[in-house]
Write a protein that binds this ligand. Structure first.
Ligand code: SF4
Ligand code: SF4
Length: 437
């Protein structure tokens, strides 16, 4: 694709990067059929290629974003299915990130939306605030039918999150790290949302890693992904910098085998730190090192310690599960095969989900900000999951787990919990919700 940026525009690093990305697009349209919003809406402007044109024109003109551009770019899930499909290597992730930042800097959203976005940015990355907000939202459900659609979506999500399990604090892995450190030392990112909504995944990861002989240290803090996807670059980078500082401190205390992440949305973000901090003289080297060290829990287990089933007669043996491959896992980190292989090796009967490349509608805060499209994608995903006839769904991202939970007879469980159970850990609490048989 030809571009018309001026020399002055290309002095800006973000614009230079976007220009290189735009030049790779050959307009072939192979990406369209994999794009969930194009599949639902059939509008070229809601396809990756259409959005790439909108972004190109907006950035080249150097003008504030228009409401039309904002509408189509806001509908993008950042699911990155288009990147997997693209034969030309177009890095849509970095392009849409740049576009979202441009929008937030140049476009004034309606008051209600500004308030909601500000609230999400203030609450979600802080576990203490999120716990209080969930309690308040559950009470707020009483007034649900009178509330605007986006607020109703928030209440629905809070109810699903509450049904997952009581919000409880994770027992800090560092406290249990007295086991022999034969294999090495790892940091386990506690994150923000997952530490509140699905702490059992972290506990399962600690047991899997300690069984494999690793010393596990808790890494607290938000990676910045949620705020980053809302286009607010500076606070997102500040959150990432704070996390980098903690990792740098841990690195100064000795070698690390990995920084392990159990929420694939966060993993995709931390693996991109090298790019995000490429122009920061203080943090660029550290960020590149951290990105290279970062592994999803399944990726790390596959490399270092594939779990073995505790016993051939274990209840997990032969249990039919559907593996839901989160977009951030399959498209963001190109990790699709490994989690399935680990589950199969642990004794589960893993079934393919039809249309597995399509997003479930979670996508960070998308299910709150675009509730209609998100609920259509959720319904479509649930229909595809039912076709597998499995009563248990495995997923490696907390957003998907919340999005797909709450269906009668269907248990949605983190992959790490299932692997841990098969290796002798406790049965995941959510399995009590599956249909008998
Ligand atoms: S990131 Fe997902 S929703 Fe956005 S254009 Fe690509 S495929 Fe479509
Ligand atoms: S598949 Fe890649 S090259 Fe083709 S239109 Fe989509 S982004 Fe452009």
């Amino acid at each position: 694709m030809q571009t018309r940026f001026t020399a002055a525009q290309l002095e800006d690093s973000a614009t230079r990067s976007s220009e290189q990305i735009l030049r790779k697009c050959v307009h072939c349209g192979f990406c369209a059929s994999t794009c969930p919003t194009y599949v639902l809406l059939g509008d070229e402007l809601d396809s990756p290629r259409g959005r790439i044109y909108l972004i190109k024109e907006m950035l080249e003109a150097g003008r504030p974003a228009t409401s039309e551009v904002v509408r189509h770019l806001d509908r993008c899930l950042s699911c990155l299915a288009c990147m997997t499909a693209c034969p030309s290597g177009v890095n849509y992730q970095h392009l849409i990130d740049h576009a979202r930042t441009h929008i937030e800097r140049t476009y004034r959203r309606p008051l209600g939306e500004r308030v909601l976005r500000r609230l999400l940015k203030a609450v979600l990355p802080v576990p203490g605030r999120l716990r209080w907000a969930l309690r308040a939202a559950r009470w707020g459900r009483v007034a649900g039918p009178l509330a605007p659609r986006r607020v109703q979506a928030l209440f629905e999500l809070a109810a699903r999150a509450g049904a997952l399990q009581p919000a409880s604090r994770l027992a800090r892995p560092a406290a249990a790290a007295a086991t022999a450190a034969r294999a090495g030392r790892v940091l386990l990112l506690q994150g923000c949302v997952q530490s509140v909504l699905a702490p059992a995944a972290e506990s399962a990861a600690v047991r899997l890693l300690e069984r494999a002989g690793f010393e596990v240290e808790a890494l607290e803090g938000c990676c910045g992904a949620l705020v980053h996807h809302l286009g607010d670059a500076d606070p997102a980078l500040a959150q990432a910098r704070a996390l980098l500082a903690r990792i740098e401190g841990a690195l100064s205390a000795g070698e690390l085998a990995a920084v392990i992440v159990t929420a694939s949305g966060c993993g995709t973000q931390v693996k991109d730190y090298g790019f995000l901090f490429r122009d920061d003289p203080r943090w660029s080297a550290c960020a590149a090192r951290v990105s290279a060290l970062t592994r999803d829990i399944t990726e790390f287990l596959h490399e270092h310690a594939p779990p073995q089933p505790a016993a051939q007669t274990h209840a997990a043996r032969g249990l039919t599960i559907a593996y839901h491959s989160a977009c951030s896992m399959q498209h963001g980190q190109s990790l699709d095969r490994i989690p399935r292989e680990l589950l199969a090796r642990a004794g589960f009967d893993v079934h393919e989900v039809p249309e597995g490349h399509l997003c479930c509608g979670s996508a960070g805060t998308y299910n709150i900000l675009q509730p209609q499209l998100a609920s259509r994608l959720r319904a479509r995903k649930l229909e595809n999951l039912r076709r597998t006839r499995a009563c248990v769904v495995a997923a490696g991202n907390v957003g998907c787990i919340v999005q797909l939970s709450g269906e009668e007879g269907l248990a949605v469980v983190h992959t790490a919990e299932l692997l841990d159970w098969a290796a002798g850990g406790p049965e995941p609490a959510a399995l009590g919700k599956r249909s008998p048989g």
